[in-house]
Structure formats: C-alpha cells, structure tokens
Design a protein around this ligand. Structure first.
Ligand code: TXA
Ligand code: MG
Length: 322
C-alpha cells in the first residue's frame, strides 16, 4: 500500500529512479513521473490503464522553463501564462525533441503548466526534470481531489502519495492553444473563458464540446464517470419518473423532499461556483458508493466556472465506455 506523507525528499528520490509518485496540485491530484524518461512515462500509462493515444501534461517549476521544451511561445499564450501561472491553465505549444514522443502521443505539441501547490512547486524545484502527470485516477473514472481518493484506487500500484490536503480548485486546468492567431480552448477548467478573454484581449474559440468529434483524446465524451448510472437534467422531472428510493441526488443548492436527505448532496448551499467546483468530484465519489442505482444531477448556471462544471457533469452522465 502507498504511504501518504509530506516528505518531498522521499518523493524526489522515488522520481529520480523513474518510479511514480502521486502529487497534489490546486486542481486535482496527479500521477507523476519524469517527463523526459520514456520508462517513467510508460509506467504512468500502465498504472492508469490509459490508452497511449491520450497525451500527458508536463508540469514545470516556472515560466522561464517553457523555452526548454518549445521553440515558439506565442505572445498571447505567454501573456496568459504570465497572468495565471502558477495556476489552473495549460498551454499547448510546439514541442522540442527532448520531450519523448509518448508524452505527447506523437502529436506535434506539448502541454505545459506550472501548478499552484507549494509542496509540488518545492518538489519541482528540487529535481532537474519536469513531471508528466495525468490525473491520478484509473482512466475514465472520477479525478481525485484528496490523497485518500488516490490511495483507494491506485494505492497498491504506487509507493508514495504526497499529501497536500484537499485540492483548492477541484477541477482540472483549462487547456488553451493557438491555431494561427485564433485562441482556442480545448478543455474547460479552473480558469474561465471570461477570465482568459479578458487577459488575452481577444475572443476564445471553445473546441471542447462533449458531442463533437474528439480533438484532444482526453476529451472523449465519456470521462470523469462514476460506475453508477447518472442522469443529468431536471431533477424534479426525473424524480416524478423514477423510484425515489433508488436515487441519490447531486444538486447545486436545493433539497428535494421526495428523497431521504442522507442521499442528497448540495454542491454549494450559497450557490457559489468556486465552492461547487471544489466539491464536485468528491461528491460524485460519495454518490457512487451509496446504495442507490441512479444518480440524478442538474446542470449549474452556464457561466464562468459553471461551464467547466457542466462539462464534467455531461461527461460523467455519458457513462463508461466499456
Ligand atoms: O489540472 C490538470 O491539468 C491535471 C493536474 C494533475 O495537473 N492534469 C490533468 O491531466 O488533468 P489529464 O491527463 O487528466 O489530462 C490531459 C489532457 C489530455 O487528455 C489532452 O486532452 C490534453 O491534456 N493534452 C495533453 N497533452 C497534449 C498534447 N500534446 N496535445 C494535445 N492535447 C494534449
Ligand atoms: Mg484526467
């Protein structure tokens, strides 16, 4: 079983041997390995059971390191990185050869980000390589926002989980890139479209619709999915059409009288989208472990962070691919 602790030296020692460590970030926990070492990267794919066509984000310590991994940092992306790093923003840039093919699934670009967590920043500073880290969950399942979530699912496959407490943001980073001079967003996440547009001074083209043909493989429709059947819609309508004893509820703030309170989770009683994002994945896990057959969830207001939350809810409701 993996040890859970706050020993950065231990984490660094394991990583230097090209083995894996789970690391905290402000978004979700990552399953980290040396991004410049093909063996370590292979272990990440194996441990997560992740298809090799789904590329990994490379975590760096500070913005100055970007040019080591790309010959070309578009000024708009540089501006965004200046504004939001360390933070939940990932930029797609052309990659240099030092990054193994496997990290990028053979794609021409590499995804880079500086995470905003003091433990992980200290860890990155103490080693001389960047860390490839996908979310530390089995492929397709709900992302972990607490060390215990990682231990429950990958605990028998890794040696160490660096304990940074619960994740402050709770959903993954927003992924942006340039197509000519067009600023595109490939994954909705911790920084909203509105915030990005304001800093960039240009419109963002969203390229991450759930139904659309996949552009980035991690954008598979079914993702972040509980094992239970999940329905996303008008909860009151679905309650009238299902047995209330069989369901668990995930609402923004409401309580539904038809269902026992212990089977209901409110993402934010005061309807705060940040708080809702923070609670989302842990709530899905709790509901997935309740003695119910179906999870009923409702979409949140489709603005700011609400858009990223709704994206995760939609993918969770599509269900597992297998
Ligand atoms: O918040 C986050 O970004 C977390 C924490 C751990 O940093 N990481 C994360 O990684 O969410 P992951 O593996 O679950 O999502 C990575 C996604 C891929 O599925 C893909 O959509 C995109 O990032 N991506 C990564 N590298 C890419 C590349 N070279 N080209 C295109 N898309 C890429
Ligand atoms: Mg993931």
């Amino acid at each position: 079983m993996a040890l859970i602790g706050t020993d950065i030296l231990k984490a660094a020692a394991i990583l230097k041997q090209n083995a894996l460590v789970a690391i905290p970030t402000e978004t979700v926990y990552g399953l980290a390995g040396n991004a410049l070492n093909a063996d370590a990267v292979t272990k990440i794919f194996e441990t997560k059971n992740r298809p090799s066509f789904d590329p990994l984000i490379v975590h760096i310590h500070q913005i100055d390191e970007v040019t080591k991994y790309t010959p070309q940092f578009h000024p708009t992306l540089a501006k965004l990185a200046e504004a939001f790093w360390p933070g939940p923003l990932t930029v797609l840039v052309p990659r240099r050869e030092i990054i193994p093919d496997l990290v990028c699934s053979g794609l021409p670009q590499v995804a880079l980000r500086v995470p905003a967590h003091p433990l992980t920043l200290a860890l990155l500073k103490s080693i001389d390589f960047p860390l490839a880290a996908p979310s530390a969950n089995p492929f397709g399942y709900i992302s972990p926002t607490m060390p215990q979530h990682v231990a429950a699912q990958l605990g028998d496959k890794i040696d160490y989980i660096l304990d940074g407490g619960p994740c402050r943001v709770g959903i993954e980073s927003s992924i942006v890139g340039m197509e000519d001079d067009e600023l595109c967003m490939y994954r909705l996440g911790g920084i909203s479209k509105e915030e990005i547009e304001q800093v960039a001074g240009q419109q963002v083209l969203i390229k991450s619709q759930v139904q659309e043909k996949v552009l980035a493989p991690g954008q598979l429709s079914s993702h972040y999915a509980p094992d239970k059947k999940m329905i996303l819609g008008d909860i009151a309508y679905w309650l009238a059409n299902t047995d209330p004893k069989e369901v668990g509820i995930l609402s923004f703030s409401k309580i539904y009288d038809e269902v026992e309170e212990s089977r209901q989770i409110q993402l934010s009683v005061k309807e705060d989208l940040r708080e809702a994002a923070q609670n989302l994945f842990a709530a899905l896990r709790i509901l997935d472990n309740m003695p119910v057959t179906t999870i009923l969830a409702e979409p949140l207001p489709d603005i700011g962070l609400g858009r990223a939350i709704n994206d995760r809810l939609k993918r969770a409701a599509v269900g597992k691919a297998d």
